[in-house]
Design a protein. Sequence first.
Length: 70
Amino acid sequence: MNVELDCQGMVCPLPVIKLAKALPTVAVGETVTVLADDPAAAVDIPAWCRMRSQELVEAAEKRYVVRRLS
């Protein structure tokens, strides 16, 4: 089950917090897609993935796909 979070209109750190809460709800290998229009998300979400050893699959305009690795 892949999850999509609509975090548009939220300012950081809220999209990262929602990502952190949602990631344990998906199985290893599945993804969480975060829709976020806050410019800080472009820095915060990739940094969170590096710190948590999760895979940032895609970072397109206002769309971030994170695969759970552990």
